[in-house]
Design a binder for this molecule. Structure first.
Ligand code: ADP
Length: 455
């Protein structure tokens, strides 16, 4: 508004000044050529003799709109086209005539609202001496009216434009504030816990884009909140089952006073296993929380070949139980940037699954090699396989294809979700292919190590 107002003020002043100057210039030309004509004609006389002057002026002066005065060198008027001849001869003590008498040609113009007045004066010289002056005073009401007209038109246009600008600005700012207020209300609702609340999108401008982004944010919050709730409820559920078993076993021992010591031993062994499961579960939960918190340990090159060997060694007793063979085909020196602990978790969870969900006398093969600056790890088994419809979901927290078998094998449904997070933290990718009854094959790609550091 301020800029437009400033423009309007300039628009009001500038054209007036320009047209005023234009009119003044053309007036100066006409009046000065007239004074020049009068004074040069009069200088042809021998002296400023009143009769001769009046005669000549009578011929030259058209008695138009301007007043013409001719004075002699003692400031007495010899000719004045506005006065009766009888009043000629009076002394005219005008400042302008005095200046003309000093030998100056002068011109000036005054414009004030409804009148435009121009004055021109020039000396009359005879034989090199100033013998009198010619003075013209011209007032032009028509030009004055023209200027006044322009001024009036400009003011009314400006008034109209400023009215329009004010109304438009108010409408626009009102419109904007209303939409921002709506967005603000929506933000407050989400802040107070109404996740997933959406504000209405109108149009395609930047505010609508912000509203769109806000809606996505709100949806995401709703999703995260529901994931959090599910996680807490799943986790408590997972904790409840072993705790319930422990309680039942402990209650039976306490309530049954004559229980034989071998049975007590069996029960205590069961309790120990449940406690082990609880310990593993809480370790995994802690690990997940750490990954979620985005705590990042310093990366260094890890020899994945050694990690796979260590895991295979750890899993030997478990594999031996079902006569599962673990076959390793590892290239040497496959280094990946990360931490030993994280990579161990990835390899362990995947290989443990291949052993756990295998068949009697089955096989687990692990291939490791580097190609085009990428380290490939392929873990394939001849196990139960995963049904097609479950393949997308096995990386979700607490998701298990066969709950009974997983629990029996000491699983919690958290292993693969940890693997997935850890792999993406190491900027790797993971792919699972599986056929029920044939086996499963997991391919992981990591960027090969680029860091220097302790090996
Ligand atoms: P769990 O602790 O139950 O093993 P995971 O997250 O490691 O949890 O795995 C999720 C589910 O995916 C398992 O319960 C199992 O049903 C299935 N699964 C994972 N790996 C394999 C595999 N190699 N062969 C067959 N099923 C598998």
């Amino acid at each position: 508004m301020a800029i437009i107002m400033l423009m309007l003020v300039l628009l009001n002043i500038y054209p007036i000044i320009v047209s005023q100057n234009f009119i003044f210039r053309s007036k100066r030309e006409t009046l000065q050529s007239r004074t020049a004509l009068f004074s040069s004609t009069l200088s042809g006389l021998e002296s400023m003799e009143p009769e001769a002057v009046t005669k000549i002026m009578g011929l030259l002066d058209d008695r138009g709109t301007s007043r013409v005065i001719v004075t002699d060198d003692s400031f007495r008027s010899i000719y004045d086209n506005r006065l009766e001849e009888s009043s000629v001869g009076k002394t005219v003590l005008l400042q302008d005539i005095r200046r003309a008498m000093e030998g100056n040609d002068l011109f000036y113009a005054k414009y004030s609202g409804d009148s435009l007045e121009c004055i021109a004066a020039a000396p009359v010289m005879i034989a090199g001496n100033v013998v009198g002056t010619v003075y013209i005073q011209d007032s032009d009401p028509e030009q004055a009216a023209l200027l006044a007209d322009i001024q009036r038109n400009l003011s009314s246009i400006s008034l109209l434009v400023s009215g329009g600008v004010i109304v438009l600005s108010l409408i626009l700012s009102n419109f904007l504030t209303r939409r921002i207020a709506e967005l603000l209300a929506a933000i407050q609702r989400v802040r107070e816990g109404e996740y997933g609340y959406r504000a209405e999108i109108r149009g395609k401008d930047e505010i609508s884009q912000i509203v769109g982004e806000f809606n996505l944010l709100s949806d995401r919050l709703a999703k995260v909140e529901s994931m959090r709730r599910r996680f807490v409820s799943d986790a408590s559920h997972e904790l409840k089952t072993p705790l319930a078993s422990v309680k039942i076993l402990a209650d039976s021992i306490v309530q049954n006073e004559d229980m034989p010591s071998e049975v007590i031993r069996d029960f205590v062994e069961d309790i120990r296993q449940e406690v082990n499961r609880l310990t593993r579960l809480s370790e995994k939960l802690l690990h997940i929380t750490k990954l979620d918190a985005g705590e990042k340990a310093e990366f260094y090159p890890v020899d994945l070949t050694q990690t796979v060997k260590r895991v295979a060694h750890m899993l030997e007793p478990l594999a031996a139980k079902d006569a599962v063979r673990i076959v390793l085909e590892l290239s040497l020196d496959c280094y990946v940037d990360g931490t030993e602990e994280e990579l161990y978790q990835i390899v362990f969870n995947l290989m443990e699954n291949s052993v756990k969900y295998n068949v009697q006398g089955g096989k687990v093969s692990v291939f490791l090699y580097e190609r085009e600056k990428e380290v490939y790890m392929i873990i394939s088994d001849t196990g139960l396989g995963i049904p097609e419809e479950d393949l997308d979901r096995i990386y979700e927290r607490f998701y298990r294809v066969d709950k009974a078998r997983s629990r029996e094998a000491g699983g919690s449904g958290l292993g693969l979700s940890i693997v997935k997070n850890a792999v993406s933290a190491l900027r790797g990718s993971i792919k699972t292919e599986s056929t029920v009854g044939v086996g499963t094959r997991v391919t992981i790609r990591f960027p090969a190590s680029t860091l220097e550091g302790p090996v």
